[in-house]
Design a protein around this ligand. Structure first.
Ligand SMILES: *Cc1c(COP(=O)(O)O)cnc(C)c1O
Length: 411
C-alpha cells in the first residue's frame, strides 16, 4: 500500500530535536525561515491559522472585508471570521481551481481590506493581472500570500512571494515541512512584525502535559506511516472513520471554530524539528517537484488532461481532477495506491458561510472532483511511474470515471 502522504520527519529527527531544543530554538527558526524566503521578519505560531488571526488583530481590523479563494483551506476563512472580520469568496474558473485575474478583478471592491492570494499546491497565480486588479479596485488592500500548502510558487519573474506584504506557511502533517502543528507568518514591515509578535507573545506557555501530548502525537504519526502500521491506520480510516474524525476536528468543517490550543505558544521542540527540516528544505522541495513533473509528463503523454500552469508548480501535492471521484479513489485503492480527498476544499459551501452556498460553482466542482496523488520524498521516481501507469490502465478500463470533469461545469 502506497500512502498518500508521509511526514517529512523521522524518529531520529524527533529525538534530535528533543535533545537540541532550547529557549533560542524558536527565534532561531524564525530568523532562518525569514532569511530563506526573503522576508525581514517571521513569527512562529502554533498553527498557520493562529497567524492569520493575529495578523488581522495586529492590523487593527474589525468588521472589514477579507477576500479569499473559495477553493482553499477552510481554516483561513474561519480565522478571518473569528477575528471579527467578514469573509468574501472569489470563485475558481471552469478550467482551473485557481481564480484567474478576471475573477479577482470581479471580486475586489473598494472596501476589500485584505486579499488572501493562494498559489495552491505551488501552482503560480496570475500575479501581474491580479496586481493590476488590486491597483485598480482596492489599492489600499493588504496582500497576504497563503503558501501554507506550496511554500513557494514561481513565474517568469521568479518567486511570487515578493508580491505579498506577508506570507503564511503551515507545518501541519502533510505539508512541505512539519513541526507536528505550527505555522509561520513572514512579514516585510518591521513595525507590523513587532505588533504580530506582541500578539503571539501573549499566548499561554505550553504546559508539560501539552508538550507530552505533542511528543506522543509525533511518535504516533511517525508510527502510523510505517508498514505495517500504515495498513492499520488505513483500515481505521476506511472502516471506522477514526481518522475522518481527526480531520474533521483539525479542519473544523462542521462549524467555524479554531482549535482550543490555537493560542498556546509553540514549543522549542517543534522549532528544533522545523530547523532540522529547514536545513533539508531544498532537497524536499526539489524531490516533490521532480515527482510531480513525472506525473505531469506521463499523464499528459497518456492523454489525461491535467491542470494547466504557466510555470512549473512546486507540487507540494499533485492534484488531478476526475469525473467520478469516489469511484476513482476506490479503483486506485484496489491497486494499492492511497489517494487523498480528505479535505473539502469548497469553502463557500461549508456550514457557517450559508450566504455563499452555491455562489462559487467552480470551486464546488473542483472541491468534488480533485484527488491528490502521492509524491512525498522517498517515494522515488519508479513508484511514481508505476502509479501513473496503473492510473492510465484504469482510465482505459473506466474512461468516464477518470475523465476531466470540466465539461459538466458549463451547465
Ligand atoms: C494547511 C493549510 C492552511 C492552514 O494551516 P494550519 O497550520 O492548519 O492552520 C492554510 N491554507 C492552506 C492552503 C493550507 O493548506
Amino acid at each position: 500500500m502506497i500512502p498518500r502522504l508521509r511526514p517529512p520527519f523521522g524518529l531520529l529527527d524527533l529525538a534530535t530535536a528533543l535533545a537540541s531544543a532550547d529557549v533560542c530554538s524558536v527565534s532561531l527558526f524564525e530568523r532562518r525561515f525569514a532569511e530563506r524566503f526573503g522576508f525581514t521578519d517571521a513569527v512562529y505560531f502554533p498553527y498557520g491559522r493562529s497567524g492569520v488571526h493575529a495578523l488581522l488583530l495586529a492590523l487593527g481590523m474589525k468588521s472589514r472585508s477579507v477576500l479569499n479563494p473559495s477553493y482553499g483551506c477552510i481554516v483561513v476563512p474561519h480565522a478571518v471570521l473569528l477575528s471579527g472580520n467578514r469573509v468574501h469568496f472569489v470563485d475558481s474558473t471552469a478550467e482551473h481551481f485557481l481564480p484567474s485575474a478576471r475573477e479577482w478583478a470581479g471580486a475586489l471592491m473598494r472596501e476589500t481590506a485584505v486579499a488572501v492570494i493562494t498559489p495552491l499546491f505551488g501552482y503560480p497565480v496570475e500575479r501581474a493581472g491580479i496586481e493590476a486588479a488590486i491597483r485598480e479596485c482596492a489599492p489600499e488592500c493588504f496582500v497576504l500570500y497563503d503558501v501554507a500548502q506550496g511554500f513557494d510558487a514561481f513565474d517568469e519573474r521568479g518567486s511570487q512571494l515578493p508580491g505579498g506584504h506577508a506570507a503564511l506557511f503551515s507545518f501541519g502533517i502533510g505539508k512541505m515541512l512539519s513541526t507536528l502543528y505550527g505555522g509561520m507568518l513572514t512579514l516585510r514591515d518591521a513595525r507590523l512584525a513587532a505588533g504580530v509578535r506582541a500578539m503571539r507573545d501573549l499566548y499561554s506557555p505550553a504546559t508539560r502535559l501539552h508538550k507530552f501530548e505533542l511528543l506522543t502525537y509525533g511518535i504516533a504519526v511517525w508510527a502510523a506511516f510505517r508498514q505495517p502500521m500504515f495498513a492499520i491506520a488505513d483500515l481505521l480510516e476506511r472502516r471506522t472513520n477514526w481518522l475522518g474524525r481527526f480531520t474533521t476536528e483539525y479542519y473544523a468543517t462542521d462549524i467555524p471554530r479554531l482549535p482550543r490550543d490555537f493560542q498556546v505558544a509553540p514549543t522549542p521542540l517543534q522549532a528544533a524539528l522545523g530547523l532540522r527540516q529547514l536545513a533539508r528544505y531544498e532537497t524536499i522541495a526539489t524531490e516533490r517537484a521532480r515527482l510531480g513533473a513525472i506525473y505531469e509528463q506521463r499523464l499528459r503523454a497518456g492523454g489525461v488532461r491535467t491542470f494547466a500552469h504557466a510555470h512549473r508548480p512546486t507540487w507540494s501535492i499533485y492534484p488531478l481532477a476526475v469525473r467520478q471521484r469516489e469511484r476513482a479513489v476506490e479503483l486506485l485503492g484496489q491497486e494499492g495506491v492511497q489517494v487523498g480527498t480528505l479535505v473539502n476544499y469548497a469553502c463557500a459551501d461549508l456550514p457557517g458561510y450559508e450566504p455563499w452556498a452555491g455562489r462559487c460553482p467552480y470551486s464546488s466542482l473542483w472541491g468534488a472532483s480533485t484527488i491528490n496523488l502521492p509524491n512525498w520524498p522517498g517515494l522515488g521516481a519508479r513508484a511514481v511511474e508505476h502509479i501513473a501507469d496503473r492510473l492510465l490502465r484504469l482510465r482505459d478500463r473506466h474512461p468516464d470515471v477518470f475523465a476531466w470533469p470540466g465539461a459538466q461545469a458549463a451547465r
